[in-house]
Design a protein around this ligand. Structure first.
Ligand code: GAP
Length: 509
């Protein structure tokens, strides 16, 4: 029987605690107190991450005839970032609290007027959360009670801090102190990390860590066209690290300062039906998320408002995931027109046009861009997979089983091999032989320490879909069979070695 869902905050705490306890994710530089916005992936975490990447690469690149892969450098010529518009405009609106010295993103800070009897009595504020409107409502009721304001509170109208007027700003309380008067008006903050390349440390050596992998695909568009046999429509894909000096990294690995992206630029003819191509890629991304085990009921689509799109963008749709801290962007699928190739053509003086045999005209292709963060998928799969289940054993004793219902495609360990007893050589020898054989093809784990029930629980907690127990029937019975125990149902059955390999082959790829 499953427990009712824990509260969102508790669920997040449990996931962070499991991630640390079992070696999925550690805070970076923890012995020095940690470094905000940076994380390390432990032995199990790196396997999970690698499996997510490999699944994407297999499905996006290897199994498609129209997409090729590349890997470009993290530090590119600074002119790339001038032409792409990042140097001038890759900014987030920053608000300072002059008293606490804390900084907030103005688009993640919300406020509301407290209106009683048609008169504004003050303002309340809250940072974006799973229930920002609820927090503002509670704060408004508290203010009314504390100040003994008589009359009926008008319904709260939530506004982003970016919309605050100069008259309102001094009256809005800082979320850090609870008092008004310390918040500054929003100002643009460029999120690119700067560095210097070469021996000189002056303006001429100024360079940047890339804030997205996408520009690599635009800058290498011509070399790829010239060296491969790609024909429109075709895509160029890349997986790699990106860096953003986020004002408020938060929600564990959801928004960090160093993260990994999986992006693909799909180039189409300038006259192609971009809306159909856009829709097809949204569907592809959705189906891919289901294929790695994310349930459809935690996913949704969000179309960006046309009025808020960048001028070159024709449309953007995000696939959203219901994280414990709210519904948030997981994967953005943008129709970017031909802005990037045009910009690089103009800035470099090297045209990015290609020749169209059919019309005998030259043109710059347009692009559809599905862009997703590995770390956001990692967190989404942990959140969707985590369950605390109450189970009752044969003797009527109940206990809580923590289990990660990870898809076998991405589970860090696919199969654990467990000899029933540690001190019976026939059992351990047979188990080790099987383990060594499995290890050549699958991520396998050997464990002989402790009671068999406890060993099953240890595997449940890290999401291992199958455990194989080598017991007395294996060595004494007919047919060299093992007990196969399935994680989700806990059902057990006997299988032979070929049956075990066939099952793993089918489930893992
Ligand atoms: N080339 C387009 C681009 O980079 P984006 O929406 O800024 O678009 C794409 O980023 C994806 O990268 C996001 O949907 C998210 O999954 C991931 N991402 C962006 N910023 C991130 C951060 N600070 N931490 C973790 N993942 C991030």
């Amino acid at each position: 029987m499953s427990k009712p869902a824990a509260s969102s905050a508790n669920l997040m705490e449990s996931i962070v605690s499991l991630a640390k306890r079992r070696g999925f994710v550690f805070q970076s530089s923890e012995i020095y107190g940690g470094y905000n916005g940076f994380f390390d992936f432990g032995p199990l975490g790196i396997e999970l991450k690698k499996n997510i990447r490999d699944c994407w690469w297999d499905d996006m690149v290897r199994r498609r005839d129209d997409v090729v892969g590349i890997e470009t450098s993290i530090i590119m010529h600074p002119k790339v970032w001038q032409a792409s518009g990042h140097v001038g405009g890759f900014t987030d609106p920053l608000v300072d609290c002059k008293v606490s010295k804390q900084r907030f993103r103005a688009d993640q800070l919300f406020f509301a007027a407290v209106i009683v009897g048609g008169e504004t009595k003050g303002y309340v504020s809250a940072l974006e959360s799973a229930d920002t409107a609820g927090e503002l409502q509670t704060a408004a009721e508290l203010m009314k009670r504390k100040q003994a304001i008589q009359g009926e509170l008008a319904p709260i109208v939530m506004q982003e801090f970016t919309e605050a007027t100069p008259e309102q700003i001094p009256l809005i309380p800082s979320p850090a102190t609870g008092d008004p008067g310390s918040l500054t008006p929003p100002r643009d903050f460029n999120m690119m990390f700067e560095t210097n390349v070469g021996a000189l440390r002056d303006g001429s050596s100024l360079s940047y860590l890339r804030p997205e992998t996408a520009q690599g695909m635009f800058v290498d568009f011509k070399p790829v066209v010239d060296t491969t046999r790609v024909k429109l429509p075709f895509g160029i894909a890349q997986i790699g690290k990106s860096f953003r000096n986020e004002i408020t990294p938060r929600n564990f690995i959801f928004r960090s300062r160093e993260f990994e992206q999986m992006e693909m630029e799909y180039f189409i003819h300038e006259d192609a039906d971009w809306e159909s191509a856009h829709k097809e890629w949204i569907q592809w991304c959705w189906d891919w998320l289901l294929s790695i085990g994310l349930p459809a009921d935690l996913l949704s689509l969000c179309d960006h408002e046309k009025a808020k799109l960048a001028f070159y963008s024709r449309g953007t749709t995000d696939i959203m995931f219901k994280y414990p801290f709210g519904v948030q962007e997981l994967w953005g699928i943008a129709a970017r027109g031909n802005y990037d190739l045009t910009q690089h053509g103009e800035a470099s003086g090297k045209t990015q046009e290609i020749f169209d045999e059919a019309t005998k005209k030259k043109f710059i292709p347009h692009v559809i861009e599905p862009a997703v963060g590995v770390d956001r998928i990692f967190l989404a799969v942990l959140c969707a997979a985590y369950e605390e289940e109450e189970i009752t054993d044969d003797k009527g004793k109940t206990e809580t089983r923590t289990v990660l219902h990870l898809s076998p495609r991405i589970a860090p360990v696919k199969v654990a091999v467990l000899p029933l007893l540690k001190n019976k050589e026939e059992l351990t020898t047979r188990a080790k032989t099987l383990y060594k054989k499995l290890q050549r093809r699958f991520a396998a784990y050997y464990d002989e320490a402790g009671a068999i029930g406890r060993r099953y629980r240890r595997q449940d907690e890290i999401g291992t879909p199958y455990c194989v127990t080598i017991d007395f029937e294996t060595i004494e019975g007919e047919g060299d069979t093992f007990t196969l125990r399935e994680r989700d149902t806990m059902a057990q059955k006997r299988v032979t070695e070929p049956e075990l390999f066939a099952l793993l082959d089918e489930q893992v790829y």
